[in-house]
Design a protein around this ligand. Structure first.
Ligand code: FAD
Length: 454
């Protein structure tokens, strides 16, 4: 059978764009199908617009808490419509940059929803009219359709927002209930609170950021309370009703509360349904597509990358999977994605960053007696003249038997920038002694990483 393309990529997000561009750079004839704006979650409704909001919140907090530095701030006001409009313009600019680079590489972009009709063929459907716009075929197909926010199955759920809706707002609400304790929920709680919204955060369990090192969760909890965010633990939302311009939430305790809006941030799931995959009988890994080390599904011509596979759902991971896929398939390389020591951040204020094993996980793997913890918590110098005396925390998890550093965790300003660099050393197999013989850079927060003695 003659195919129109060497590769069809379904979804022009982080993973799909990276794979399409890399494949085309090797001379492959590539098509990409995208139902929304080119750029995907990260560029359009994730990392990028969120981080721009974090900068707004951080700038406001810095200015309004710096009277001790002689910076008076009586006249600071926040006009959320300006921020939201600027973010939308920036996101469009970035989307156009991606589109231009696809054009330059002769990658054909099809606008619409991709739907499989055979293992090598897809229909492109208009999402509004549901009409079939085109059928295209290819030797290989890469699925990179990403995830979507999970919705709670409770009465009135359609009245609530998901993270996608935040970037479509005209202005910020005066009060907001955020449901969820994961990184997206925590980041939005911090953004909204620092920009003037009254925030309550509802979590089902006892702690924020399940799965992160527990000292990081505790530091964030302290800072969250200090910032004036009302955290309600062991509480679930049971229903939502609209009432005089407010939303009324009923909690599992029977208590009711009113806020202008509600944001549901209780996790994400693969967005596979519109692809019509059932007839292909692809092997699944729970809700995710099962793939091997080459990101090949159980069908030899169909591959998958990004948030639809059961690996850390992060932009750099999706990008690397996409590039490795194309390097292997279109340039005969024999590459594998390195999933060791993936750094992660939570862009709250102050922020969290982490790489490697948490204390709990290291003790589970190597036994408690073989793990040594180095930890310090202090008020950073930048807070000396501030009313806000929030502390920072640095922690190193070490294997006592080999002296190998298994994890580094940090809570405090610029921790994401610091942990990105620390992750290089962990990847290279650094020991605690290497940290100890490294000269400190003074005065910094991160110098504590090389001056902690047990
Ligand atoms: P996506 O980037 O989601 O792209 C999938 C694309 O496929 C979308 O454009 C979608 O419209 C399209 N599509 C879906 N179905 C079809 C179809 N049937 N036909 C055609 N097109 C289709 N990660 C980080 O590393 N750092 C962060 O700080 C960070 N912050 C985040 C904040 C938020 C609020 C969210 C929601 C996510 C964040 N992430 C972050 C996660 C990151 O955005 C994702 O891991 C990453 O975008 C996954 O890339 P992907 O290629 O798998 O999918």
């Amino acid at each position: 059978m003659e195919f129109q393309f060497d590769l069809i990529v379904v979804g022009a997000g982080s993973g799909g764009l990276a794979a399409a561009k890399r494949a085309a750079s090797y001379g492959a004839k590539v098509a990409i199908i995208e139902v929304n704006k080119v750029g995907g979650t990260c560029v359009i409704r994730g990392c990028v617009p969120k981080k721009l909001m974090v900068y707004a919140a951080r700038n406001k907090k810095d200015i309004t808490s710096s009277e001790g530095y002689g910076l008076k701030s009586e006249r600071i006001s926040f006009e959320s419509n300006i921020l939201l409009k600027n973010i939308r313009e920036e996101v469009s600019r970035l989307s156009n940059l991606h589109k231009n680079s696809l054009d330059k590489l002769n990658i054909k972009v099809f606008v619409g929803l991709g739907k499989f009709i055979s293992p090598n063929e897809l229909e492109i459907i208009c999402p509004k009219t549901k009409k079939i716009l085109k059928k295209i075929s290819s030797k290989k197909i890469l699925i990179s359709v990403g995830g979507k926010p999970k919705k709670l199955n409770i009465p009135g759920i359609d009245l609530a927002w998901t993270s996608d809706d935040i970037f479509e707002l005209d202005s910020f609400p005066e009060s907001l209930l955020i449901v969820g304790g994961g990184y997206i929920a925590c980041e939005f709680a911090s953004i909204f609170k620092n920009l003037g919204t009254d925030v309550t955060q509802l979590i089902r369990g006892e702690r924020l950021l399940n799965g992160f090192d527990e000292d990081l969760s505790s530091c964030l909890e302290e800072a969250t309370v200090l910032a004036g965010i009302n955290i309600m633990t062991k509480t679930q939302l049971k229903s939502i009703e609209s009432s005089n311009g407010y939303l009324q939430s009923t909690l599992d305790s029977g208590n009711k509360m009113q806020t202008r809006n509600i944001l549901i941030a209780t996790g994400r799931e693969p967005n596979l349904l519109p692809l019509n995959l059932e007839f292909l009988n692809l092997k699944m890994d729970g809700a995710y597509l099962d793939v091997d080390q080459l990101n090949q599904t159980s069908n030899a011509n169909i591959f998958a990358v990004g948030d639809i596979v059961n690996k850390p759902n992060l932009t750099p991971v999706a990008i690397e999977q996409g590039r490795v896929f194309s390097d292997n398939l279109f340039n005969n390389k024999n590459r594998k994605v390195n999933y060791e020591y993936i750094p992660k951040a939570v862009f709250t204020i102050p922020e969290i960053a982490t790489v490697g094993l948490s204390e709990r996980r290291a003790k589970e793997i190597y036994s408690e007696k073989n793990i040594k913890i180095f930890k310090c918590k202090f008020t950073p110098m930048s807070n000396t003249f501030k009313k806000n005396k929030s502390k920072c925390m640095l922690k190193i998890v070490v294997n006592k038997l080999t002296d190998k550093v298994l994890g580094c965790h940090m809570f405090g300003e610029t921790s994401s920038e610091i942990i990105q660099m620390v992750s290089i050393s962990l990847n290279a197999g650094i020991t605690k002694r290497d940290f100890d013989i490294t000269m400190a850079l003074h005065p910094t927060i991160s110098e504590e990483f090389v001056t902690m003695y047990g």
